[in-house]
Design a protein around this ligand. Structure first.
Ligand code: PGA
Length: 251
């Protein structure tokens, strides 16, 4: 059975001290709770080692929000997948629309990052999603399929099976607008069918596909009740324990 996952994406928020306090509080709130989903927090790089050492990583997985497209060497300012793994983190968010839009991350670059993440034992949470014009003109199915095909479909079935996908319509990220439950189900089912056509039904059925974009305590339950929505990638609402816990409790 595929996993349900609620993953937080802290983005560029929280000093080290604030981040540790948030992670510690979440750890306390979740200790002993009966969870119906896996929980992951995606922190800034500098928080990873301290957070991983402070929380129970069997209860809360730790994710980086990016990694380098090179193994090691003279790449000033970059952080490799091996370095991320060495902090105790087990996940890496890749291809977030903010990285694609503001840092020019291409399909080819993301393909390399994904391969390096997998080679270093990290689970990629690979983000895909269309901008508003693509939604409105109806080309969003092709756009989302292209993002998957171009970066991920050279992977073996075994490696593809290690990936978590996050569908995040760019028009819903940080805007307070969410895809409706019906819109989310429609595109998630399409994504699963796209995977099935390439890797077969059993790989498709095992792949967790998260929804992201203004997901919060009041809409999470409706979104997660869709058969092809396996959880959420949460930005703003991951920055307060009460809000994040309410989303976790939506399962
Ligand atoms: P949001 O961000 O929940 O603040 O819309 C989601 C994301 O970018 O992953």
């Amino acid at each position: 059975m595929r996993k349900n996952i609620v993953a937080g994406n802290w983005k560029m928020n929280k000093t080290l001290q604030e981040g540790l306090a948030l992670a510690t509080e979440l750890n306390e709130v979740l200790a002993g709770a009966e969870l119906k989903c896996d929980v992951v927090i995606g922190t800034p790089f500098i928080h990873l080692a301290s957070v991983a050492a402070t929380i129970d990583t069997k209860v809360i997985g730790v994710a980086a929000q990016n990694c380098a497209n090179k193994e090691s060497g003279a790449y000033t300012g970059e952080i490799s997948a091996a370095m991320v793994k060495s902090t105790g983190a087990n996940y890496v968010i890749l291809g977030h629309s903010e990285r694609r839009a503001y840092y020019g991350e291409t399909a080819e670059l993301l393909k390399t990052k994904t391969e390096l993440a997998l080679a270093n034992g990290l689970t990629p949470i690979f983000c895909i999603g269309e901008v508003l014009e693509e939604r409105e003109s109806g080309v969003f199915f092709d756009v989302v399929k292209g993002q998957i095909v171009d970066s991920l479909f050279d992977l073996s079935a075994e490696d593809f099976g290690k990936i978590v996908l996050a569908y995040e319509p760019v028009w819903a990220i940080g805007t307070g607008k969410t895809a409706s439950a019906a819109q989310a189900q429609e595109i998630h089912a399409f994504i699963r069918a796209t995977i099935a056509a390439k890797y077969g039904e059993s790989v498709a059925q095992e792949t967790s596909i998260l929804y992201g974009g203004s997901c919060n305590a009041s809409n999470a339950q409706e979104l997660f009740s869709n058969p092809d929505v396996d959880g959420g990638l949460i930005g703003g609402a991951a920055l307060k324990v009460a809000d994040f816990k309410a989303i976790i409790d939506a399962f």
